[in-house]
Design a protein around this ligand. Structure first.
Ligand code: C2O
Ligand code: CU
Length: 671
């Protein structure tokens, strides 16, 4: 790590708590869920303790009852924020807990079967809390009651039929059956969690029509209709701009000295910066020298025709070594975007297969225009799971230290912040008043001057910032994050020299209340054709046969996540809630989402259009979009580690299908 003496670069959480407008209570969701989980585990221990004839057991049961009440209090508070934050607790987890409390009152002489049954109830409750179910809750609630009945019955049998010498056989039979049932349940769950070796990516467990009709496309409907490979960019015109991207392994030395065993486009980190003009027909030829699993290129944030979207197994097959693929699209939207491989994206983006894509307006603005790209690298200085944050300016080799640039006072400066990392990064800008002029490539209306404000850029998100270069230095620093070491910075100064100064990052700008409102094509009061809910959270279970804790959408991991089915032209509303511990930058391909509200409060500033929306623990967003770009689109968490572990879903236009297949046997593994 590069230590810059005397510079307090702040730390993530402290900055984020200061988020403008958001109630601190809601931002503390991770703590509330932690309390729920912790208390559930203690409850299991307490009621489990009731199994034994400890003298203390009585007090344990008393404290268990008190703790259960406290837990109900937390659930009630969550309910007051949004009933969906508490529904699983109230409907599924509380009944077995209530049974435990009733069966094991704090009396001394308790029948052993009641102690056993209480312990079992607490165990079921604990499982429901640490692995919360999602809507519809009734099947889970039913399973809970059946499980409870079986447990209570077994405990009763144990006491009445399994005592003394005569009961020895019964004890062995009951115990053996219980152990066998547990092992069998584990094996079944593990096997059921295996990702299919070969499948269509749109074959999910659940097809969600969002309250709209199925458009006659039930079941085999998504293998009929329009083949998305026909949805290409113009093939019959001469391109205005041609680029070549060659994926290959390279050992790159960062500007600050660390070495990275990288996968690169054209041998550089990051890949070349692609700059085009609005309206140009862009052609990019992708070749793969030696990236063994194959590569693709996805144009993050650009609403290209579906077949150009670069998702392995959905819109194309991964390009194998010696292979090639040509992308063509018209750069219709101006703004800051980026491109990256969407084959094994967690691994490949981490190792360097990405770069910036800028679409300039037809008449480009004067001044200095710099892309500042943030990423965390696994370098020769890091241990196996360690990463070091670095910044790259204008596609130069990244540095984990301070990058200096000479800028003449009076110059208009546009900084295009791109976060190519998994974690949200808080950027602090000091030295001059600045304006945020675009978010995710969408212009902000009526941006006002800001001083001493920090900018939270979602993993995968972009902010454009403009300022007039003053006589003194301007500095951009990244606050530390949970992702690793490094405090990289950019220093602009009239002489290209100078040192960083202490500058507290300040409160994080709230994009929902920045700039001025303008007329919108639709809003919160519009009549929506489909409405969906994505409840983000965690579960304990198996993914692809591996046990662990996994981040979920509506309680499941791919393919047990809902496919969002829409018809062309639909106006769609999606509510995204995060009832978990981690930030989830939700990225929808091929569309821009309009933020309607956060935590129940309507957005009041400039229309906030986004393609990558960071949903922090406890946050609830309502977003809307028009289904105007037909095809099959990924909708996933852009913490690519989460995506690789199944935090993905799809937006499916009814009547469209893909000829491509996904899964280990196909060589296509988009995440
Ligand atoms: Cu930038 Cu599906 O990704
Ligand atoms: Cu996530």
């Amino acid at each position: 790590m590069i230590v810059v003496p005397g510079v307090d670069l702040g730390n993530g959480p402290a900055v984020r708590r200061g988020r403008g407008g958001a109630a601190a209570s809601i931002a503390d969701m991770d703590i509330l869920v932690g309390v729920l989980n912790g208390s559930a585990i203690v409850l299991v221990a307490l009621f489990g303790g009731a199994l034994f004839r400890w003298r203390a057991a009585r007090w344990l049961r008393w404290s268990g009852a008190v703790l259960a009440l406290g837990q109900l209090g937390v659930a009630g508070y969550l309910w007051s924020l949004d009933w969906r934050f508490a529904a699983d607790v109230v409907l599924v987890a509380v009944p077995p807990l209530a049974a435990a409390v009733v069966l094991a009152p704090p009396a001394r002489d308790l029948a052993p079967w009641r102690r056993g049954a209480a312990g079992f109830g607490a165990l079921l409750h604990g499982y429901a809390i640490v692995s919360p179910p999602a809507p519809p809750y009734l099947p889970d609630a039913g399973r809970m009651l059946v499980g409870l009945a079986v447990g209570v019955g077994l405990a009763w049998l144990w006491q009445h039929k399994a005592s003394g010498r005569a009961g020895r056989g019964v004890r062995i039979a009951l115990g053996g059956t219980a152990v066998a049932a547990l092992v069998a349940a584990g094996l079944v769950a593990s096997a059921a969690s295996r990702v299919p070796a070969e499948a269509s990516m749109t074959d999910h467990g659940v097809l969600d029509y969002g309250g709209g009709d199925a458009g006659g496309a039930e079941h085999d409907g998504h293998h009929a209709g329009v083949d998305i490979s026909t949805l290409t960019g113009p093939a019959d015109r001469t391109p205005d701009r041609r680029f070549a991207l060659d994926a290959r392994a390279a050992r790159v030395t960062l500007a600050s000295g660390e070495r990275v065993d990288a996968w690169t486009f054209n041998g550089t980190l990051p890949g070349p910066e692609l700059r085009v003009r609005q309206g140009e027909l862009v052609e990019v030829t992708l070749t793969n020298a030696d990236v063994p699993a194959g590569v693709t290129v996805h144009w993050h944030g650009v609403n290209v025709p579906n077949a150009e979207d670069g998702v392995a197994g959905l819109t194309q097959d991964a390009v194998r070594p010696a292979g090639r693929h040509v992308y063509r699209f018209v750069a219709e939207q101006t703004g800051t975007f980026w491109y990256h491989s969407h084959q094994q994206s967690n691994d490949q983006v981490r190792r360097g297969l990405f770069g910036a894509l800028v679409v300039e307006p037809r008449t480009a603005a004067a001044g200095t225009d710099l892309v500042v790209l943030a990423h965390a690298w696994s370098t020769s200085h890091d241990d196996r799971d360690g990463w070091t944050s670095a910044l790259s300016v204008a596609a130069a080799t990244p540095s984990t230290g301070t990058v200096r640039r000479q800028v003449t006072p009076g110059t208009r400066v546009r900084l295009r912040l791109v976060n190519a990392d998994n974690e949200p990064r808080v950027h602090a800008l000091a030295g001059a008043p600045f304006r945020v002029t675009a978010i995710d490539g969408n212009d902000v209306a009526g941006p006002t001057d800001l001083t001493g404000r920090a900018l939270l850029v979602a993993g995968g998100g972009r902010y454009d910032v403009e300022l007039t270069m003053p006589a003194g230095p301007v500095q951009l620093t990244l606050t530390r994050d949970t992702n690793g070491r490094g405090s990289p910075a950019v220093l602009l100064s009239p002489d290209g020299l100078g040192e960083l100064r202490h500058a507290p990052p300040g409160d994080v700008l709230d994009p929902a209340a920045y700039g001025s409102p303008t007329d919108l094509p639709y809003g919160a009061d519009s009549a929506f054709d489909r409405t969906f809910t994505l409840l983000l959270g965690e579960t304990i279970g198996f993914y692809n046969g591996r046990p662990g804790q996994w981040t979920t959408i509506n309680g499941g991991v791919y393919p047990d996540t809902p496919v969002l089915a829409v018809a062309q032209g639909d106006l769609v509303k999606v509510t995204i809630l995060n009832r978990g511990f981690e930030d989830h930058p939700m990225h929808l391909h091929g569309h821009h989402m309009l933020v309607l509200s956060r935590d129940g409060r309507a957005a009041t500033g400039s229309p906030w259009w986004t393609d990558t929306l960071n949903v922090a623990p406890g946050e609830r967003y309502e977003v809307a979009f028009r289904a105007d770009n037909p095809g099959l689109w990924m909708d996933h968490c852009h913490n690519l580690e989460h995506a690789a572990e199944g935090m993905t879903t799809h937006l499916m236009y009814l009547g469209y299908h893909t000829p491509h297949r996904v899964g280990p046997d196909t060589g296509n593994q988009p995440e």
